[in-house]
Ligand binder design. Sequence first.
Ligand code: ZN
Length: 411
Amino acid sequence: MPIAFHVDAVAGKARTARLLTPHAEIETPVFMPVGTLASVKGVPQDTLEELGAQIILGNTYHLYLRPGVETVHRMGGLHGFMSWPRAILTDSGGFQVFSLSELRKINEDGVTFRSHLDGSSHLFSPESAMQAQIGLGADIIMAFDECTEYPADTARARASMEMTARWAARSLKYFEDHKHEVPWLTHGGTAALDCPPEQSSATLSETVPPPGKPNPAIPAQSLFGIIQGGMDRDLRKESAERTLEIGFPGYAIGGLSVGEPRELTREIVESTLEYLPTDKPRYLMGVGTPEEIVEYANLGVDMMDCVLPTRAARHGLLFTSEGKISIKQARYAQDKGPLDPNCPCRVCRRYSRAYLRHLYASNEVLAQVLNTIHNLSFYLDTMRRVRHSISLGEESRFLSSVWSGPKPGTP
Ligand SMILES: [Zn+2]
């Protein structure tokens, strides 16, 4: 059995569920902090545990180039390498190849690209992307897809969607033939690397085994399929049908947040969700603002990831219950108040806005660390409240209870 997914409560289209993966039981809807290079920039793993991060995301493209899949595999996979006992998801590498690398050449076989680090030439195919993700050993891995650019005409979006469907079938075939090569089966698990004990495991099921040792009931990675189809509702429907026909334990909506208007993103998400099964996890890739993740959870999305909280933090942009703050502004220079009076995170409990502003203005490394901890805490708390609302059957209260302040971006 790959993963188990149990829906516990439903409110409108939203649901809370438990997603049981080899390394953790995840309560959904869940926000997944992005740890591109096996690191959520600026935040140590014990702090991520304290913040309640249940699952983090690693980027296959980056890890494949540096330090390389073989190195990570020998270190016990990503869990052992980075000493992270909870769940990990890796992306397929497709999106990064399209957005970061140079001289891409795409054909039926795969994508030939040059590394953004040293210009060396590489091929990502459905098979090699699976090989890399099996070697990295995340709990959930993604089928190799082509992220359709925006804008794209219907013929282009169709051709791209059809290739993604063929690549999904090839991804699954390779995965089924090679899934036993995952590091925790070939290197005796990650326990030898002495992962630290979890600090806040109270909410996790007692059936979840000690860190580093995969749950024997869920021994295998899970491969999720990805729905593409550009901004065309009919193509999205067809992509969903074709991907479901191949059959995966979970489904992602990809190819959004690629420059289209937000209203269009929402429309495509809402229409695509109609074609996804209710008994499988649904993952919306690469979104969004705090307001948006609440909205998408409300529509029935179970998993989301986004670089926004971490990237914005490094630029001094902080999400609070009273709206978005740019901590660099001079008006905070002598502000003794906490960043967010309603946030219980360790940054808001301890430091003033004046101090955070000073750290940022002085280009201190600590500014990035503290800002990132707060933003992640805000996102993870937002999702915690969303789950609580759904468990009470109170879908309609999401927006007002979770986001009572001004919209992000308002002064
Ligand atoms: Zn805070």
